[in-house]
Design a protein around this ligand. Structure first.
Ligand code: DLZ
Length: 171
């Protein structure tokens, strides 16, 4: 398993650009709320820790992960966020529902990111069990919401940086 021996939420804080002045949308799925709300807290704490003002964070709740792409699309139409973070948890069950939802969310967020130019971050857990989800929502594998926030800060900063005129001429 790729993540078996790693705490995925460890990152080099000194290497992350300040997120002050950047604005973020967060879309949270209420399905498996004990997990997604823990992801949300990790995400929010990380954004604030890196300088984002709470006034520059807008949160929307959607019923399930399947609704994350349209929630993000609505959010993208409300304000020009520097990045939109989508948080959910789809636990494998007896049927293939998880594959349909996960594929739809991944494709939807990819398409929205490319079409809008706003990074839409995939913060969706796809575990086999509830225990695996807990491990990744503040348990032994860290908090995936923290990672989603770090990814959002990096992508939002990159977007801002590349929008500046380059000082260099030629190569
Ligand atoms: C229907 C459903 C099921 C069975 N499981 C999950 C889940 O594990 N995680 C999740 O976020 N959502 C689940 N849903 C709800 C769908 O995402 C969606 O909200 C409904 O199918 C209505 O479109």
């Amino acid at each position: 398993m790729a993540s078996a021996l790693k705490n995925l939420s460890t990152y080099d804080e000194t290497n992350l650009p300040s997120a002050a002045g950047l604005s973020f949308g967060i879309v949270v799925s209420d399905w498996n709320a004990d997990i997604t709300h823990a992801l949300y807290q990790g995400c929010l704490d990380t954004l604030v820790k890196h300088g984002v003002s709470e006034d520059d964070i807008r949160t929307a709740q959607v019923p399930g992960s399947f609704e994350l792409p349209v929630g993000a699309k609505i959010m993208a139409g409300v304000k020009r966020f520097d990045a939109i973070i989508c948080l959910g948890c789809v636990i494998k069950g007896e049927t293939q529902h998880d594959e349909y939802i996960n594929n739809a969310v991944a494709t939807g967020l990819t398409n929205l990111s490319i079409a809008s130019g706003i990074p839409c971050i995939f913060g969706v857990l796809t575990p086999n069990t509830h225990e695996q989800a807990l491990d990744r929502a503040g348990g032994k594998h860290g908090n995936k919401g923290v990672e989603a926030a770090v990814t959002a800060i990096r992508m939002a900063s990159l977007r801002k940086e590349l929008a500046k005129p380059s000082a260099k001429i030629g190569y």
